[in-house]
Write a protein that binds this ligand. Structure first.
Ligand code: LMR
Length: 398
């Protein structure tokens, strides 16, 4: 008897699966615009100098590899909360917010999903359409019902009015997931006054906001990108925030993230966190320590922090420059207007507006790899190959 005879093969992950296909492509001119990792001018995803220096310090100073607690490294939690909520946060001063360290931002989302499923039974989560595909499967896997609100219109433009109309109809008490900055996959972010309007609906409809904050520092700046998170945290008594250090610290594979809970009182925060520790124990027991210690070391040392901020600024500036240069590379093909949105989108990704069929042709005819939805990782562009990419895009747009 085969125990596995009824186990079927399922399609690969829509994003990570692209990496395997890209690596297996023998074409030396292949281009990887799939998974969201930053690449420098040499095409490498570098370890920031600040991270290397912090790691060197840790090698010398670390005295144990014993377990961290269920909420992870308390120093990491405290310092990350200040980066996210601000050093002057009233919530932090009144002990109404704290972080539970998780394996990456995805771990934070999964912990939030389990919390909703177990502690807020019957509540749906509302995701933007489109959203990061893993949002869809992750909440469903935790047993949370998934619904959607519109985000872009048929012409691939941010559609705030339709989004607000849809949010008005979300049942009272449901959870709404909002991309705090650098919307994945579209790259279209709300203006501050639009965030105030979303806040108004969320407050009136008594919704619970879950702000997914995976790209802090890669949109307009570390502080600027936190404006929506701080607006919600300062205006509402209960907010969930999932934070990731994968991109902004370049710590992808070390899996560093946190679920930050803002509650109405210190006592209620303790209640919620007791549940999170229990759920985390059943998911991953205790979180991996190394990356969080690196982050805590950087944030706790003014020289390392300054160096990290410079490196983060350089990443952001490079991505912004690549956006403008790609639009210029499309100009000789008469496509600069059609793809002008690439220059105003923010963060790593661009929802190009290319159809799944055009994306397939780009892969099969030009070895250009991007997500089937038409999402391109702008942060992975090679500045020397923009002409090739523009020619490939032009050939599938004809
Ligand atoms: C992405 O969307 O490409 C990144 O968030 C990486 C991932 O885990 O999917």
């Amino acid at each position: 008897m085969s125990h596995f005879s009824k186990v079927n093969r399922v399609p690969g992950d829509p994003i990570l699966g692209l990496l395997d296909a890209y690596r297996a492509d023998p074409n030396p001119a292949r281009l990887d615009l799939g998974v969201g990792v930053y690449k420098d001018a040499q095409g490498l995803t570098p370890i920031p100098r600040a991270v290397k220096l912090a790691e060197q310090r840790l090698v010398e100073s670390e005295t144990t590899k014993s377990y961290v607690g269920g909420h992870g490294d308390a120093l990491f939690a405290a310092r990350l909360c200040e980066v996210v909520l601000g050093t002057d946060s009233r919530l932090l001063a009144s002990q109404r917010a704290d972080a539970t360290q998780t394996p990456g931002g995805t771990g934070a989302l999964r912990l939030a999903a389990d919390f909703i499923a177990r502690c807020l039974p019957g509540r749906s989560i509302w995701l933007s359409d489109p959203t990061w595909p893993i949002h869809e499967s992750l909440f469903a896997a935790a047993g949370v019902r998934v619904s959607h609100y519109p985000y872009v219109d048929a012409d691939n433009r941010l559609d705030v009015e339709t989004m607000l109309d849809a949010l008005e109809r979300v049942p009272r008490g449901d959870v709404v997931l909002l991309h705090a900055c650098c919307h994945n996959p579209t790259g279209f972010d709300l203006a501050y006054n639009d965030w105030q309007r979303v806040l108004d609906v969320v407050r009136r409809r008594e919704l619970l906001p879950l702000l997914d904050f995976a790209y802090q520092g890669l949109g307009d700046g570390l502080e600027e990108d936190a404006r929506a998170v701080r607006l919600f945290a300062d205006s509402l008594s209960e907010v969930l925030i999932t934070s990731s250090c994968s991109k902004n610290f370049g710590l992808y594979r070390d899996r560093v993230g946190a679920l930050i809970v803002c509650a109405g009182s210190a006592a209620k925060l303790t209640d919620v966190r007791s549940q999170l520790a229990l759920m985390a124990r059943n998911l991953w027991s205790t979180p991996p320590a190394h990356g969080a210690e690196v982050v805590a070391t950087i944030l706790g040392d003014s020289d390392l922090k300054t160096l990290w901020l410079e490196e983060l600024d350089a990443m952001r500036a490079r991505i912004a420059g690549l956006r403008l240069d790609l639009v210029e590379a499309l100009r000789p093909h008469g496509l600069a207007e059609r793809f002008a949105h690439i220059a105003i989108q923010r963060g790593m990704f661009s929802y190009t507006g290319l159809t799944p069929e055009q994306v397939r042709r780009l892969r099969e005819e030009h070895s250009v790899y991007m997500v089937g939805s038409g999402r391109a990782n702008v942060a992975g562009l090679d500045a020397n190959r923009l002409g090739d990419l523009a020619a490939a895009i032009a050939s599938v747009c004809r």
